[in-house]
Ligand binder design. Structure first.
Ligand SMILES: Cc1cc2nc3c(=O)[nH]c(=O)nc-3n(C[C@H](O)[C@H](O)[C@H](O)COP(=O)(O)O)c2cc1C
Length: 205
C-alpha cells in the first residue's frame, strides 16, 4: 500500500501557511489514489529536543543499528523508507532550516545506515522517491528582489542527496511578512502546486 510522509517543522503547526499547502498536496495525492496512507511527523515535538551524548558516541563509535541510542534515528529513517512520497514543510529561520529540522537531519543522515563513504564522498543508500519541499519565509529568498542569503535550498538539496533522494521540487511562499500580499503569495503557490505532475491536482479520470 502506497504511503505519504508529511514532515512539518513550523512552530505554527497546522496554522502555518506552508503546512496548509502541504496538506493540499496530501489531499491531491489521496484524491489520485485513495488507498494512500498518511504519516505525519511534527518535528517541533520530537521526544529528544537536542542531540544527546549517547547518540553522538554511537554515531562516532560506529555502534550497531539496534543500540538504544539509535531508537529515534531508526524510527525516523524507517518513516522515510516506508514513504513513496515525501513532503517537507519548513519555514526559513535565520537564512536556513529551523533547529527542529536540523535535529531531524542529524538523526537521519547516519553513516552506514542512510549513506556510506565511497572515495571520500558520502553516497546515499535509501531509495529515491518524489519529494516536495514547501518553504515559507518572511522576506523574499529567491530572485533579484531577495535581500538575504538562502542557506536553506541548497543545503536541503545536499542533505537529501546524501541519503539518496534527488527527485525534489521546491515551492516557495516567500515575503509573507507583507500581510497585504500574503493572499496572492498563497494563491501563486497553489497554482505552482496544481501544475506539479506528482503532487498537483489529479488528472480527472
Ligand atoms: C526565529 C525566526 C527566524 C526567522 N528567520 C527568517 C529569515 O532568516 N528569513 C526570512 O525571510 N524569514 C524569517 N523568519 C520568518 C518566518 O520564515 C516566517 O514567519 C514564515 O512565514 C513562517 O511561515 P510558517 O507560517 O509556515 O511557519 C523567521 C522567523 C523566526 C520565528
Amino acid at each position: 500500500m502506497a504511503s505519504i510522509l508529511l514532515i512539518s517543522a513550523s512552530p505554527y503547526g497546522a496554522d502555518s501557511r506552508g503546512h496548509r499547502l502541504a496538506d493540499q498536496a496530501v489531499a491531491n495525492l489521496i484524491a489520485a489514489d485513495p488507498s494512500m496512507q498518511l504519516k505525519r511527523r511534527d518535528l517541533t515535538v520530537l521526544p529528544e529536543p537536542v542531540l544527546a551524548r549517547g547518540y553522538a558516541d554511537a554515531v562516532v563509535g560506529g555502534h550497531a543499528h539496534d543500540v538504544p541510542a539509535f531508537t529515534l534515528s531508526e524510527e525516523l529513517i524507517a518513516e522515510i523508507e516506508q514513504a513513496d512520497r515525501m513532503i517537507i514543510a519548513t519555514p526559513m529561520h535565520n537564512f536556513t532550516v529551523p533547529a527542529a529540522l536540523k535535529l531531524w537531519i542529524d538523526q537521519v543522515l547516519r553513516i552506514g545506515r542512510s549513506f556510506v563513504p565511497q572515495d571520500g564522498w558520502k553516497v546515499g543508500i535509501l531509495a529515491d522517491r518524489p519529494t516536495l519541499i514547501v518553504i515559507t519565509s518572511g522576506g523574499r529568498i529567491t530572485g533579484a528582489d531577495a535581500r538575504q542569503p538562502d542557506h536553506l535550498t541548497g543545503y536541503l538539496v545536499d542533505v537529501l542527496a546524501t541519503i539518496g533522494i534527488r527527485d525534489i521540487r521546491f515551492i516557495y511562499l516567500e515575503g509573507l511578512v507583507h500581510a497585504d500580499r500574503a493572499e496572492a503569495i498563497v494563491a501563486a503557490a497553489q497554482d505552482t502546486l496544481a501544475a506539479d505532475p506528482v503532487f498537483g491536482s489529479p488528472v480527472p479520470a
